[in-house]
Design a protein around this ligand. Structure first.
Ligand code: CAA
Length: 254
């Protein structure tokens, strides 16, 4: 399907989604969010893409489009919410990675928080400047950021609206890695993940997500059931057989 504000490229077992609204530093408008959600729906049926990358070009995304929001009523603001799209990305059954250059602000930074893995280059700047607009992060930031970096750091970023550089983001645990070329490094990581057994990856991702939403006893029970179900897959046989035969496993996703 053709998109206006994003592009989708498939290459060597992975898919790359590029945010493409450079004239507004990739500020996320309604159509862009709808296209992003549509794109993830399209990718759910794509058996060949083992991992997905979201990236921008010079900038990742400078937040939700402020021009769109200027005259919103509370009802319109709620309808504009990114939560459905972001929930779909967060629950996507394959690894989703963010390759970040330049600004990842507001809703743009919150988009990186629904990804499983974040790699940035030295130009990256992260921040939640919403407070300076008379609002606060409304695309999951108040939940996902404290989970990732702790309440103290999250409050610091959300209350101050300040921006941090890649080095500080790494120190906070907000990103996984700083690379000379964020996209090239993210492609390498995505291809590494695409070579892992997809069912075990999907179940591990589900367990990690569930762990925060259900109580500890249920989380361990859920993990135990999901873990045991790996033994119904051929990939489990292949992984363990390959170990005993001292060769590299070839996973098929079954
Ligand atoms: N919405 C709409 N347009 C935006 C935008 C945004 N979030 N961010 C940048 N732009 C536009 C600018 O208006 C400008 O357009 P024009 O050329 O037509 O004037 C263009 O992108 C380039 O931006 P600047 O000239 O401002 O570039 P700069 O390098 O001087 O500054 C910046 C860059 C510091 C990122 C600055 O653009 C900025 O502060 N942007 C807004 C960041 C922000 O507040 N984001 C949070 C949005 S609210 C949100 O995301 C809500 C939520 O939780 C979901």
């Amino acid at each position: 399907m053709p998109y206006q504000y994003i592009s989708l490229e498939r290459c060597e077992g992975i898919a790359i989604i590029r945010l493409q609204r450079p004239e507004a530093l990739n500020a996320l408008n309604r159509q862009m969010i709808e296209e992003l959600e549509q794109c993830f729906m399209e990718l759910e049926a794509d058996k060949k893409a083992g991992a997905i990358i979201i990236t921008g070009e010079k900038h990742f995304a400078a937040g939700a489009d402020i021009n769109d929001m200027l005259e919103f009523s509370p009802e319109q603001a709620r309808a504009f919410s990114f939560r459905h799209c972001f929930a779909r990305i967060e629950a996507f059954p394959k690894p989703v990675l963010a390759a970040v250059s330049g600004f990842a602000l507001g809703g743009g930074m919150e988009l990186t928080l629904v990804c499983d893995w974040r790699i940035a280059d030295k130009t990256a700047r992260f921040g939640l400047p919403e407070i300076n607009l008379g609002i606060f992060p409304g695309a999951g930031g108040t939940l996902r950021l404290p989970r990732l970096i702790g309440t103290a750091r999250a409050k610091e970023m959300i209350f101050s609206g300040g921006t941090i550089k890649a080095e500080q983001a790494l120190e906070y645990g907000l990103i996984n890695q700083i690379a000379e070329d964020a996209l090239a490094e993210t492609i390498k990581t995505a291809q590494m993940l695409a070579g892992k057994p997809p069912i075990a990856l999907k179940l591990a991702k589900q367990c990690i997500s569930q762990a925060f939403d259900i109580d500890g006893v249920k989380a361990i029970e859920f993990e135990s059931i999901a873990w045991a179900s790996c033994f119904a897959t051929r990939d489990q046989r292949e992984g363990m057989q390959a170990f005993t035969e001292k060769r590299k496993p070839e996973f098929q996703g079954i």
